[in-house]
Write a protein that binds this ligand. Structure first.
Ligand SMILES: Cc1cc2nc3c(=O)[nH]c(=O)nc-3n(C[C@H](O)[C@H](O)[C@H](O)COP(=O)(O)OP(=O)(O)OC[C@H]3O[C@@H](n4cnc5c(N)ncnc54)[C@H](O)[C@@H]3O)c2cc1C
Length: 562
């Protein structure tokens, strides 16, 4: 690694289509663009695209697929129902129509999709197909590396957009290894940085804090950059909280669906019917049973057959090995002991819920020429891997049509200012607090006052007001942080983007004056669902103030365009 000095070198790079985040949506968008245009593509990723983002460790199913007998409209209806109406049907439909094609394309690139005896894909449940997906990310990255028009820059962290007159010009980034500030100019830009983890105190704070469900390195950069540049955001209040096996954070779906394990409380009562079966209802039931003294809650696996027991151990060895290791280590396999469950900390993930950029059906944001796809894009929940591909494809096609003008260079004074701002962190005296300490402080504020695990995911108007004040105070303290190398500088930038996003999440939670999704947004001042809140809660930063915009729902069969 190059010796870090306190002065950054500025490098200017120009491209046609800049893709920020070479994850699921980003890689697929690059492939689509390169197949239909001879324009230059630049992918920048803070990690290495061979093993970055949600697909880093592999996945074992395609969760969004139109199985035989079902239609894309069925998928829209399912997602709308699960989100209690607060979705964009137009986005869901344009995504659902592409799900199967994208799965087939990945199969063509080398992904193993399991087959049944008739040669069709092996179906799991109503919307899933089974894959051997441990290498899904290297397969995607390989395909990208074979395209001559695509340049990949790994370990380059993008932190701010270049926007002029509400039109995208490119983005600023820093190298994680060298003292370089990149000024990336482009004719069109795709934001595909995934969702945000690490806003809330996690299940395992301290040394193990990165043992979480969502990738800890998806820190919400895309949301924060959009917020700062005045892009409109939607439904950030619809947080996602997963119901997991206690301690290992292993998924629970395989126990519930695979062997029909029911959720039971410490009295042995099945409580799941009492609360409902959507993700948020299953979670809410568990939280409530615990609160009311009937915990710990478990999935009833005792009594399953020896064969089922072994199958479960194998299944978990494949997708969450720590769970199998725990069973083997303790000797208490699932047929001997029920599996205790708990909720994770809240995440902001537009691939599971509807939070993210407010986009039109082309996945263009409210900033011209800036597109968003995957977990960072809002309005379209339950998109998962194939939905992220589909949105990457839509955005890439739209970017091809959009590109007409030359990439514009930013103002030299503006670049100098950005460079000085970064250099200040590298040169200022060590502050009395560290980035880690402020991150922990932020997480504990969010936990306590903005509905984290510690407050049973509940909050009130008062507690949110306190949270916002404390987050602002941390923002002030963060200005004094110091970094001794580029990696530490990136940690400061990550904290900064999380803090920006926290404030928006708090504002959205406060603006939805109802409780529509238990636990995901549990407002103790408004404990019931309200017909007045049949709308989108959107927001936009205007003159430094976050403005809440209430938008009417886009009706069935309608489409929203900017
Ligand atoms: C643990 C886990 C298991 C899952 N299992 C399944 C499953 O079995 N089936 C299924 O269909 N779906 C599954 N999903 C969901 C699915 O994987 C995601 O919805 C989808 O991959 C999201 O794609 P994305 O492109 O939005 O984000 P990602 O694929 O995460 O891509 C984001 C990329 O942006 C990069 N990045 C972030 N910030 C910056 C920055 N500042 N500068 C530059 N680069 C940046 C990251 O390094 C990353 O490469 C799972 C998700 C998780 C977290």
């Amino acid at each position: 690694m190059e010796q870090v000095n306190k002065i950054l070198r500025t490098e200017y790079l120009e491209t046609d289509f800049l893709i920020i985040g070479g994850g699921t949506a980003g890689c697929y968008a690059a492939l689509t663009f390169s197949e239909q245009s001879c324009g230059r593509i630049l992918i920048t990723d803070k990690a290495d695209i061979r093993r970055s983002g949600c697909l880093a460790a592999g996945v074992n199913a395609i969760n969004a697929y139109i199985v035989p007998g079902k239609t894309p409209q069925d998928y829209v209806d399912y997602a709308r129902n699960d989100a209690q109406g607060i979705v964009r049907g137009d986005l869901l439909l344009t995504m659902a129509e592409r799900l199967n094609r994208t799965a087939q394309k990945l199969e063509g690139l080398g992904l193993t999709i399991l087959k049944d005896e008739q040669g069709g894909y092996t179906i799991r449940g109503n919307r899933n197909i089974k894959i051997n997906g441990e290498n899904i990310k290297p397969i995607l990255a390989d395909a990208v590396s074979k395209k001559p028009g695509i340049t990949v820059m790994n370990r380059v962290n993008v932190f701010e957009y270049l926007v002029k007159d509400n039109r995208i010009q490119g983005a600023y980034a820093v190298s994680i290894d060298e003292p370089v500030l990149y000024v990336l100019t482009a004719k069109a830009v795709l934001c595909a940085t995934g969702g945000a983890a690490g806003l809330y105190r996690p299940n395992h704070p301290g040394f193990s804090r990165h043992k979480m469900w969502y990738p800890p390195f998806n820190t919400g950069a895309g949301y924060a950059m959009g917020i700062l540049s005045g892009a409109e955001m939607t439904t950030l209040e619809m947080r996602f909280i997963a119901l997991r096996c206690k301690d290992t954070i292993a998924p629970t779906g395989t126990l519930a669906q695979g062997v029909g394990a029911k959720q039971i409380n410490s009295l042995g009562e099945i409580y799941e019917q009492k609360y409902g079966l959507t993700t948020s209802q299953r979670l809410h039931g568990t939280v409530t049973e615990n609160r009311e003294g009937r915990g710990p809650c478990t999935l009833r696996t005792m009594g399953i057959t020896a064969e089922q027991d072994e199958d479960l151990q194998k299944a978990y060895l494949n997708m969450a090995p720590s769970q199998t290791l725990r069973w083997l280590e303790s000797g208490e396999t699932p047929r001997i002991k029920n599996v205790e469950i708990e909720g994770t900390e809240p995440y902001i993930v537009g691939g599971h819920t509807a939070s993210g950029y407010w986009v039109d059906t082309n996945r263009e944001t409210t900033i011209k020429g800036l597109f968003a796809a995957g977990d960072v894009a809002g309005g379209c929940p339950q998109k998962y891997v194939t939905g992220a591909f589909a949105e990457g494809e839509i955005a890439a096609n739209a970017a091809i049509s959009y590109i007409s003008q030359e990439a514009a260079l930013p103002d030299a004074g503006q670049v100098r200012e950005k460079k000085l701002w970064l250099e200040q962190f590298l040169s200022q005296e060590k502050a009395s607090v560290t980035t880690d300490e402020l991150e922990e402080k932020m997480q504990s504020v969010m936990d306590q006052y903005a509905g984290g695990i510690g407050s049973d995911y509940r909050f009130s108007e008062d507690s949110l007001r306190i949270a916002d004040g404390k987050v602002q105070e941390i923002q002030r303290q963060a200005n004094a942080l110091s970094a001794s190398d580029m990696q530490e500088l990136v940690y400061i930038l990550e904290l900064r983007e999380r803090l920006i996003l926290c404030r928006s999440v708090i504002a959205h939670l406060a603006a939805r004056r109802e409780t529509r999704w238990h636990s995901f947004a549990e407002n103790t001042d408004y404990p019931d669902i309200s017909s007045e809140m049949e709308c989108y809660v959107n927001s936009r930063l205007e003159n430094g103030n976050l403005k809440i915009l209430i938008r009417p729902l886009v009706g069935e069969g309608e489409a929203y365009e900017h």
